[in-house]
Design a protein around this ligand. Structure first.
Ligand code: GBH
Length: 424
């Protein structure tokens, strides 16, 4: 019976990659070291002092990442690099409202070019940007949607980000890919949606839920257009791709990066009288309870219920809808509260993380056996970090950081679990 088979690294294809992720702004600190300019988050957490316009390429910044990459390689780890994870330069906001402006497109491609040129001899996997969809609709922009001014809508900013992504990919393909032999993609986060009572209208609501989170960015990079549901429901508030834009965006990925954390039940939403906006456009009433029972294991985060089955189901959905592209899971994880009353030996007993990791890897391995083309899995996150608007109140890491004792690191039980899983 299946229960007698050991579940470990050998349950996955031999060339499958395992790792753990982190993001520059969430772990590096050093905001003012070596002449680094401020990012939007640096500015926000300092209550917006005057920004400093970038003076070009900072050799110390390049050297920092050269050292990091070399150190990873020297220790048998392969870097998998995301170029932008929420922390674009404040100077671009000050100059032209960041990605609310089309000017962002060329600047982003130029920045990507600098990275390809400096690091592409050793970096063979590039993600242009992390979760543009989650980023522009909520809490990962400091001060919410104030950024970019009152006229910035998620759809408009999303359009500019898709063009920025595609411009960076074009630069890589035109100038570097043939000689460097790497791959490039984009990372999109999505919830999985379960039709609440399995009716036809619930099923349609679940598909619309996926379209408005995932398809919003993945349909353009795969098919060169927005999902039909979005065209229909958003109407003229959704930008059009010109023919040239559509050609540029279509096919602009060698692989898809997917962040998956949680799932919800979907039903048709009752019509709303409020002016149309991103959050009501999809017509989906998403809930975590069905007949009083939550969809998955509750966590300290109100939005995060652990639902491992959703990861495998999402992989099979991608296989069917997008013709089975190579996929990397670039984030998946859970948090515990930063509880000051726990001692370190107590705090590192993260049994919820172990259960979640085990469940998600099992779900993933089943989907791969059913033919899903998944190439790698990165646990979020490598170590406890700065959790954006939640600051240091949450702990997502495999590694515990002791904020009261010189940032001393301690492996949590989950890190030992992951190690044992991988050594098999
Ligand atoms: C990831 O996004 C981020 O990429 C990463 O930086 C972060 O550390 C990690 O999440 C953990 O939070 O508060 O109800 O408005 C995951 C996708 C999309 C999940 C936005 C939380 C906000 C829900 N996120 N969502 S709510």
């Amino acid at each position: 019976p299946i229960y007698s088979k050991p579940f470990n690294r050998s349950s996955f294809p031999a060339d499958f990659i395992f790792g753990a992720g982190s993001a520059a702004y969430q772990i590096e600190g050093a905001a003012l070291e070596d002449g680094k300019g401020l990012s939007v988050w640096d500015a926000f957490v300092r209550k917006y002092p005057a920004g400093k316009v970038s003076g070009g390429i900072n050799p110390l910044g390049v050297q920092f990442y050269n050292n990091l990459i070399d150190e990873l390689l020297a220790n048998g780890m392969t870097p998998f690099v995301t170029l932008l994870h929420f922390d674009h330069p404040q100077a671009l906001e000050d100059e032209y409202d960041g990605f609310s402006s089309l000017k962002f497109v060329d600047d982003f491609a130029d920045y990507a070019d600098v990275c390809f040129k400096a690091f592409g001899d050793r970096v063979k996997h590039w993600v242009t940007m992390n979760e543009p969809n989650g980023w522009i609709t909520g809490i990962f922009i400091p001060n919410g949607l104030d950024i970019g001014g009152a006229n910035a809508t998620p759809y408009g900013m999303g359009h500019h980000l898709l063009l920025s992504h595609a411009a960076a990919v074009k630069r890589y393909r035109d100038k570097y890919q043939a000689s460097q032999q790497g791959k490039i993609g984009i990372t999109i986060n999505t919830n999985w949606f379960v039709p609440k009572y399995g009716t036809e209208s619930d099923r349609e609501a679940a598909y619309r839920g996926l379209d408005f989170q995932f398809g919003w960015f993945v349909d353009p990079v795969m098919f060169g257009r927005y999902p039909k549901t979005m065209e229909l429901l958003v109407g003229n508030r959704l930008p059009n791709f010109t023919e040239a834009e559509s050609k540029l965006v279509k096919g602009s990925v060698d692989f898809l990066g997917v962040n998956y954390y949680t799932a919800g039940y979907a039903q048709n939403a009752a019509p709303s009288n409020s002016p149309p906006n991103f959050f009501t456009d999809s017509g989906v009433n998403a809930t975590v309870l069905k007949d009083g029972v939550p969809i998955g294991t509750p966590t300290v985060l109100g939005w995060l219920y652990v639902y491992p089955k959703g990861l495998g189901d999402l992989m099979l959905y991608i296989k069917e809808k997008y013709n089975n592209p190579p996929v990397y899971i670039t984030e998946n994880g859970v948090a515990e509260a930063n509880n000051a009353s726990l001692t370190v030996p107590e705090a590192i007993k993260d049994s919820l993380r172990i259960t979640a990791l085990d469940g998600h890897l099992k779900s993933l391995s089943s989907a791969i056996k059913e033919g899903a083309n998944v190439k790698g899995y990165y646990m979020w996150s490598f170590m406890d970090d700065f959790e954006w608007n939640s600051g240091y109140t949450l702990r997502f890491g495999l590694t515990y950081i002791d904020y009261t004792n010189n940032l001393k690191r301690h492996l949590k039980y989950s890190a030992y679990w992951y190690k044992k899983f991988l050594l098999k």
